[in-house]
Design a protein around this ligand. Structure first.
Ligand code: NAD
Length: 488
């Protein structure tokens, strides 16, 4: 007889709460059901919001910034103590390599709490001095206060990393939160609730509701009138829906949305570093990072050589079980998402792409054939108007095209509905400086990719987002700022 499946519950007002309605959490590695997840209905979501609101008037409301910083450090310590549990949960939900979960997902989750603990401890405020008409020297200074209840809606692609990127600064600024993780990655959020319980965070400060988006926990949460601010990471179309909902009551929003990012490779680059960098930026996490490069532009003199090197590199990637030695790539998140990616593979064929490598599903001959794997895929020869060059695929795929002139490549990179990130590969730093500011994106990397100093602003333009988070930008978003003008 097999053991009963684990039940992942909601966490509301300091208690784990089951619900009648459940849905399965399915492994993308082999299609097995990993756990049952309790879906929060409208009444449970309302209870979570009420608990969060009440917590603002409890002991949490009196915590000083340094006390909150100490709590964040204790949360980071507690995640560290359960590091391997978090790694196992993230890997099981998403099929990613264990090594990635250790060095990126969970490590960065801890780092998020430590970084915002330090930032809130050091955060000052503005003060201006002015001589008024009556001759008095007037001081105007500002203070930060929490919004109150912040709703955090997060996606499945980097579940722990992206959830804590928002939970940490929201708590640092004194808010209480209700989080709604993706239905496809509910496990690390549940472990995080256990950690919050263990460190003794006052009841109601951190609440977790599970469920889907429309007609489920996501919509119930964002529609709730007692939610004061909404921070969301996910698809641009979902962002549009949430923005309309947030208009009711003029709630603050911060959006980190989709991308169709470019990598630009100049003929003077360090060739091997550029190939390694673009392989990473195209195929990390099976291409399921909002920052991945799906459009690669290569200066014509090295174009053929670069495409050949990318083909060799992609074909050398090891796809496999998360804990296999040397594994580089895992599965996609779900069968549903695989269908979407395979739909783009088909579309590329009908749009006339040349398939350099990949374009299908790997065959394993074991239970992974029930999983959600696809091959790393490279296309060439599509026009700039092809849907595969304009739409976000969010899989291990890139299109490589040649370019001849700086001006031309700037124009082609900017000709996109998205504006998240661009990566440049060149030895000419003068050119890199000159061009970097011309890309209409939130983030430009030069000779690197996905390297983040958490004190810097992060966000996108156009369909890629609204607002900036990171460093003081997060502190600003997660606070209400009041100016106090004193005429002595
Ligand atoms: P998604 O928009 O489908 O879902 C994200 C979250 O929103 C989930 O928790 C989902 O349940 C919830 N949701 C869906 N509809 C909702 C609604 N109507 N109301 C409230 N909540 C709703 O996105 P996804 O597929 O989980 O994530 C992938 C997308 O996220 C990609 O487009 C990717 O580029 C983007 N992303 C952006 C960034 C960034 O920093 N810019 C980072 C990671 C991922």
């Amino acid at each position: 007889m097999s053991a009963p499946l684990q039940l992942l519950r909601n966490y509301i007002s300091g208690e784990f709460v089951a619900s009648e309605q459940t849905f399965p959490n399915v492994s993308p590695i082999d299609g097995r059901t990993l756990s049952q997840v309790c879906e929060a209905d409208e009444a449970l979501v309302a209870r979570a919001v009420a608990a969060a609101k009440a917590a603002q008037h409890g002991p949490w409301g009196d915590y000083s910034a340094s006390q909150r910083a100490a709590v964040l450090q204790r949360i980071a310590d507690a995640i560290e103590r359960r590091f391997e549990d978090f790694v196992a949960a993230e890997v099981a939900d998403t099929g990613r390599p264990v090594q990635q979960a250790r060095t990126l997902d969970i490590a960065r989750g801890i780092h998020n709490f430590r970084t915002f603990a330090e930032l809130i401890n050091q955060a000052g405020s503005e003060c201006f001095e002015m001589r008024a008409a009556d001759g008095n020297d007037v001081f105007s200074y500002s203070v930060r206060k929490p919004h109150g209840v912040v709703a955090i809606i997060s996606p499945w692609n980097l579940p722990m990393l992206l959830m804590t990127w928002k939970v940490a600064p929201a708590l640092a600024c004194g808010n209480s939160v209700v989080i709604k993780p993706s239905e496809d990655s509910p496990s690390t959020a549940t472990l995080l609730a256990e950690v919050m319980h263990e460190v003794g965070l006052p009841a109601g400060v951190f609440n977790l509701v599970h469920g889907f988006g429309p007609g489920s926990a996501g919509e119930f949460l964002t529609r709730h009138p007692d939610v004061d601010a909404i921070t969301f990471t996910g698809e641009s179309r979902t962002g549009e829906t949430i923005m309309k909902v947030a208009a009711e009551g003029i709630r603050d929003v911060s959006f980190e949305l989709g991308g169709k990012n470019a990598a630009v490779v100049f003929a003077d680059c360090d060739f091997d570093a550029a190939v390694a960098g673009v392989l990473r930026s195209s195929f990390t996490n099976s291409g399921q990072v909002c920052l991945c490069s799906e459009r690669v532009y290569v200066e014509r003199p090295i174009y053929e050589r670069f495409v050949a090197a990318m083909k060799a590199g992609a074909e050398a990637l090891k796809i496999g079980y998360p804990d296999e030695d040397g594994v580089n790539m895992g599965s996609l998140i779900s069968h549903k998402h695989r269908d979407k990616v395979l739909g783009y593979f088909e579309l590329a064929r009908s749009e006339g792409a040349t398939l350099v490598t990949g374009g299908g599903v790997p065959h394993f001959g074991d239970e992974r054939d029930n999983g959600a794997y696809v091959q790393p895929t490279i296309w060439t020869d599509l026009g700039d108007d092809a849907r595969c060059v304009r739409e976000e695929v969010f899989g291990p795929v890139c299109h490589i095209a040649p370019f001849d002139r700086d001006e031309e490549v700037v124009q082609r990179v900017n000709d996109s509905a998205y504006g998240l990130a661009t990566a440049l590969w060149t030895r000419d730093l003068k050119r890199a400086h000159r061009l970097s500011r011309r890309f209409e994106v939130g983030m430009v990397w030069v000779n690197t990719w996905f390297l983040r100093d958490l004190r810097t602003p992060f966000g996108g333009t156009r369909l890629s987002g609204l607002g900036r988070e990171g460093g003081r930008h997060s502190l600003d978003f997660y606070s209400q700022i009041t100016t106090i003008c004193v005429n002595p």
